[in-house]
Design a protein around this ligand. Sequence first.
Ligand SMILES: Cc1cc2nc3c(=O)[nH]c(=O)nc-3n(C[C@H](O)[C@H](O)[C@H](O)COP(=O)(O)OP(=O)(O)OC[C@H]3O[C@@H](n4cnc5c(N)ncnc54)[C@H](O)[C@@H]3O)c2cc1C
Length: 414
Amino acid sequence: MSTPSRIAVVGAGIVGCSCALWLQKKGFAVTLIDPDDPGAGTSSGNACTIAEYGCVPVNSPDLLRRLPSLLFSSDSPLSINLGYVLSHPAWMIDFLLNCREQKVVRIIQELGKLLGRVYDGLDPLLDMADARDLLAQKGFMHVYRDQQEFNAAKPANQARREQGSNFVELDRGDIQDLEPNLKIPFERGLLFDSINHVLNPTALCQRYVECFKRNQGQLLRQRALEVIPENGSVQIRLDNAEIVDAERVVIAAGAFSKFIDGIPTGSLKLDTERGYHVQFSNMQHLLSRPVSWQQAGFYATPMNQGMRFAGTVEIAGYKEKKNPRILGYLKRKAHEMLELPPQPDQEWLGFRPTCPDALPLIGFSTTSENILYASGHHHLGLTLSGITGKLIAELANGEEPSHNIAPFSPQRFS
Ligand SMILES: Cc1cc2nc3c(=O)[nH]c(=O)nc-3n(C[C@H](O)[C@H](O)[C@H](O)COP(=O)(O)OP(=O)(O)OC[C@H]3O[C@@H](n4cnc5c(N)ncnc54)[C@H](O)[C@@H]3O)c2cc1C
């Protein structure tokens, strides 16, 4: 019997864990490398939705028009640290160029097509890891405070419909019937009936890793410092000085993927959109399903640990501490929305991995066929984790990928 080829996966967030399981399904021997607990990073704190409707990016021509008011309002879900942006202008310039109408139309189409494949990647992993109990099919609701907010969202909602999202429009009475604990009389809403959400995203990663280990996967609790391509293989240097030899490596270290030496990350244009949550334990009974207050830029999600209010976008890089203005904003909005205890039990900051064109990075590195990237999933990493794993495994196995990944190629930036 021949020995299976060894592949290393750097990063045990939801994307890395999904890649690792899919690679095992294809028969590879896999080493998963992460200094932290699986799923402890950005994958732990998200809004938990399998957001098949999520084809509309933050980039939009409208954002350009609204930018000044969003930036200087204390009541805004968007924050830009000018010092950071001025010292790292390239990403922001590219992001703004990708707010032009033509670009946004293309982003929506490419994300829409990939989102149509979500369950081709997710279902086999949920079965393999015996994790279906961590998913709840309760649907998902967008709410709008008044007709004006609703009208402003019409083009985005039309785009969602064109990309295959099914939803019904709601009026004030429908919303109150469905979610009677909402304090604000939201005038309009949308109900996406068939949407799933995850009840505990960290537990999902842990379940994947338990399955990975049962299948003889090797988990190394080390930081990958450097990737060294060799002839037909690759070495990964860890922070305990150990070297891992592999046929290929998958870089799935989320927003931190660009900090590993030896890969041409400069050309990846990966940066971070920071996002926050505040969480109130034992308050999950207040809603039946995740509810997104669109204009306010966050979701209220009932989950196993409580009621989580997650969202907002902050461009401030990796080093700044948590921004008290944004946490204050989220707490204020949470209390406007639902009857809650005065203080949350948890305040959290996470780092979405984001390319300026709002498309993920899935594919071979520009310099080596031994290096694959699975990163840049911004607001959709939980949703797209399974299909990303499937596509990465197909590439590693030398197959024609089952989805056109050219738009997501790391080579698009070179
Ligand atoms: C507030 C908020 C709400 C969100 N809501 C949703 C949602 O509802 N639905 C959705 O689909 N997505 C959502 N997202 C996005 C989603 O959470 C992310 O896209 C996803 O978690 C990214 O996963 P990842 O595995 O790429 O990165 P991470 O979860 O950050 O994992 C990366 C891992 O790599 C490890 N690592 C880093 N450097 C190294 C190294 N040198 N060596 C080894 N390991 C390393 C880290 O320790 C970490 O474990 C949300 C994000 C935020 C912030």
